[in-house]
Design a protein around this ligand. Structure first.
Ligand SMILES: C[S@@+](CC[C@H](N)C(=O)[O-])C[C@H]1O[C@@H](n2cnc3c(N)ncnc32)[C@H](O)[C@@H]1O
Length: 259
C-alpha cells in the first residue's frame, strides 16, 4: 500500500479511522463524554496515525487531523449555496489542466530541486519546466543561478497565477506562461524538466527528440520514457520509486535537430 498514491492512502487512512471508531462505538466501548466533536477529533488523530503508518509524509498529518472536524462542521452548519459552485470553479482552476491532460498537480520536493541544480551546466543555462505547477523548482533554481534563464509553462490558470506570484522575486531571470507544454518550442533549452505522469511520456519523448539539441538533457521526475533506458537515475527521498531520470539527447537520435 505504501506504493499507492498519497491521496489514495489519505482516503484509506480516513476510512480506517472511521471504521475503527464506529466499531468501538458499536461495541459500547466509547465513553459518552467522547461523543460528538471529541469523537471527530479522535477520528482525526487516528487518521493521522494510520496515514503515517501508511508512509504518508508528516505534512499530510494536519490535513488528516482537521478534515473530519471540517466535514463535521459543514454537516452541522450548512454553507450558503454559492460556496459550492465557487469551490468547484477554484478546484477546476487548480486541477482543470490535470483533469484534461491526465497529469495532476503534485510538487517536486526540495531534494529534487537540489539534484536539478547539480544537473544544470555551469555556463549558459536555459531551463524549462514543462507543467510548472506552483513554481517551486523554478523559484529555487532561478535564485541559485542568477546567470541562467528559467521558463515554466503551466496549463491550470490558478496554479499558474500562484507560480507567477511565487517567482516574482526572481522575475529578472524567470518567466511563467499560462499554456500547454505541447506549444513550447524546446530547441533553445539546455535542460528540460518534466514531472508529469506515465500518460504523456511517449509523446513527450517524440517532441524532445524532434526539438532538443544533442547534448542537452530531458530530466523526468519518476516517470520513465517507455522503452528508453535513461543515462542516469538519481534516487530521491519519499516514495519508493521517486527518482530523477536523466535522458541525454544524442546526435544520432533520429529526428534530433542539429546543434
Ligand atoms: C506533477 S505537477 C509538477 C509541478 C512542478 N513541475 C514541480 O515539479 O513541482 C504537473 C503540472 O503539470 C501541469 N500540466 C499538465 N499537463 C500540462 C500541459 N499539457 N501543459 C502545461 N502544463 C500541464 C499540471 O497542471 C500540473 O500543475
Amino acid at each position: 500500500m505504501r506504493s499507492w498514491s498519497p491521496i489514495l492512502r489519505a482516503v484509506l487512512a480516513l476510512a480506517a479511522a472511521w471504521f475503527l471508531l464506529a466499531a468501538v462505538a458499536r461495541a459500547g466501548l466509547l465513553p459518552a463524554s467522547f461523543r460528538g466533536t471529541t469523537a471527530v477529533l479522535i477520528m482525526g488523530i487516528l487518521a493521522s496515525a494510520v496515514g503515517r503508518g501508511l508512509g504518508l509524509a508528516p505534512r499530510w498529518s494536519p490535513g488528516l487531523l482537521f478534515f473530519p472536524l471540517l466535514l463535521d462542521y459543514i454537516l452541522r452548519h450548512p454553507l450558503p449555496t454559492w460556496v459550492w459552485p465557487v469551490a468547484l470553479v477554484a478546484l477546476l482552476l487548480v486541477y482543470g489542466g490535470g483533469v484534461l491532460t491526465r497529469v495532476p498537480l503534485y510538487n517536486s520536493n526540495h531534494a529534487a530541486w537540489e539534484a536539478l541544480l547539480t544537473l544544470c551546466p555551469t555556463a549558459m543555462l536555459r531551463f524549462a519546466d514543462l507543467g510548472a505547477g506552483l513554481g517551486g523548482p523554478l523559484a529555487f533554481l532561478a535564485r541559485q543561478r542568477p546567470d541562467g534563464f528559467f521558463l515554466g509553462v503551466e496549463a491550470s490558470p490558478l496554479t499558474c497565477l500562484i507560480a507567477w506570484i511565487r517567482t516574482l522575486p526572481v522575475r529578472g531571470n524567470c518567466k511563467i506562461h499560462l499554456g500547454s507544454l505541447w506549444n513550447l518550442e524546446l530547441a533553445g533549452f539546455d535542460v528540460v524538466y518534466a514531472f508529469l505522469s506515465p500518460a504523456p511520456m511517449p509523446e513527450l519523448w517524440e517532441k524532445v527528440r524532434a526539438e532538443m539539441r544533442p547534448g542537452t538533457l530531458l530530466v523526468s521526475n519518476t516517470f520513465e520514457v517507455p522503452g528508453v533506458e535513461p543515462d542516469e537515475r538519481i534516487p530521491l527521498p519519499g516514495r519508493r520509486d521517486a527518482c530523477l531520470l536523466i535522458y541525454r539527447i544524442r546526435a544520432s537520435e533520429p529526428g534530433t535537430s542539429p546543434a
